[in-house]
Design a protein around this ligand. Structure first.
Ligand code: GDP
Length: 365
């Protein structure tokens, strides 16, 4: 499954955030028996008002949200690309993540040491991203050398070797792989996929603030917002400590605590929702008396591909999909009522499933 890797310098609040996510996982784990529990992974439900609404309408025995996986990637320090800290082990873990959640310290607290002596979000980001870039330079250098050796005399491979050299120059000039102009060219597609470069991944910045930074942005967050916007990246603000506390509380108590800090929604909800969207994921729903469930798909999946998420047999034996747009379902309440007014469409193999579709698949076994 696609996952989000949590990175950041030491003492910025990664473990605290990861603990909050793990608690969110454990609170729901009885409902998700198919999710394997691993120490550095948290599989958490994606909060979504639509599935609550569908549950009220259908009153099923159980409700299953879509989930998103977070991986705790400890050990990123200055010099990691040269083997400092956990070095290469850490870099390998990050390579497997589809996107990166970078936790940035935006709280002042004299009792909690900052590895570089002061709180400075932009400098911290540069430290982290320099390590990612240096690791990429190493990977691409290695790849380039290997290609030069193995393709000598092979004319067809010249454009690939040249392309990799251009990428290396681009990185050496301090630019991330994500801005490399030929990143999407057919010539390099296979290479880039195999390399899975760290600076090619989407980044979400997570500003970790103190309780008093929640209602109003502090100066660190102001700077970080500007920076994230200049990069075209999402920024979410949380207080990791408060999030950990919230996870133990009943809904009403949690709401009271949030209000006491001057906010009405938990930052963790935003972290989860933003992560899900950044991965390019959407969901469709199945609605029955036994179960209301959200199924995660990649935006752009066809109906048979979407059916395959439920079961491979559904994809293989796909006949058609009966689809009701979310709003139409909520308005009419049942499949029969939707059918009667013509709000139920019969869709074939080419149909691209939309976010929120209520779907019933017909298939051969
Ligand atoms: P990590 O090294 O990035 O995993 O950081 P930790 O999650 O272990 O946090 C380092 C220290 O900062 C711990 O003592 C946390 O309790 C504390 N901490 C985390 N978030 C906050 C926060 O929002 N405000 C304050 N004052 N301390 C925090």
């Amino acid at each position: 499954a696609l996952s989000i890797g949590i990175v950041g310098l030491p003492n910025v609040g990664k473990s605290t955030l990861f603990n909050a996510l793990t608690k969110a996982q454990n609170a729901e784990s009885a409902n998700y028996p198919f999710c394997t529990i691993e120490p550095n992974k948290a599989t958490v439900p994606v909060p979504d008002k639509r599935i609550e609404t569908l549950t009220e309408i259908a009153n099923p025995q159980r409700t299953l949200h879509a989930t998103v996986d977070f991986i705790d990637i400890a050990g990123l320090v200055r010099g990691a690309s040269q083997g400092e800290g956990l070095g290469n082990q850490f870099l390998g873990n990050i390579r497997e993540a589809a996107a990166i959640l970078q936790v940035v310290r935006c709280f002042d607290d004299e009792n909690i040491t900052h590895v570089d002596g002061s709180v400075n979000p932009i400098r911290d980001i540069e430290t982290i991203e320099t390590e990612l870039l240096l690791a990429d330079v190493q990977s691409v250098e290695k790849r380039h050398d290997k290609l030069v050796r193995s393709t000598r005399g092979n004319k067809a491979m010249i454009p690939v070797v040249n392309g990799i050299k251009e990428l290396l120059d681009h990185l050496n000039e301090g630019n991330p792989a994500s801005t490399f102009a030929k990143r999407d060219s057919d010539v390099l597609a296979d290479q880039l996929k195999e390399l899975s470069l760290l600076t090619d991944k989407k980044i979400i910045y997570c500003a970790n603030v103190d309780e008093d930074g929640l209602a109003e942005d502090n100066e660190h967050v102001n700077k970080l917002r500007e920076f994230a916007a200049s990069r075209g990246c999402q920024l979410v603000k949380i207080c990791a400590k408060v999030e950990e506390e919230l996870q133990g509380l009943e809904d009403e108590e949690a709401q009271e605590l949030l209000e006491s800090y001057g906010i009405n929604e938990s930052g963790l909800v935003q972290v989860i929702q933003t992560s899900y969207k950044t991965l390019g994921l959407i969901c469709y729903f199945t609605v029955g008396v036994k179960e209301v469930r959200a199924w995660t798909i990649v935006d752009g999946y066809t109906a048979p591909q979407a059916a395959g998420v439920i079961h491979t047999d559904f994809e293989r034996g796909f006949i058609r999909a009966e689809v009701i747009a979310y709003d139409a379902f909520v308005e009419n309440k049942t499949e029969a009522a939707c059918r009667a007014i013509g709000a139920l469409r019969s869709e074939g193999k080419e149909y691209i499933v939309k976010d929120g579709d209520v779907v019933h698949f017909l298939f051969n076994v």
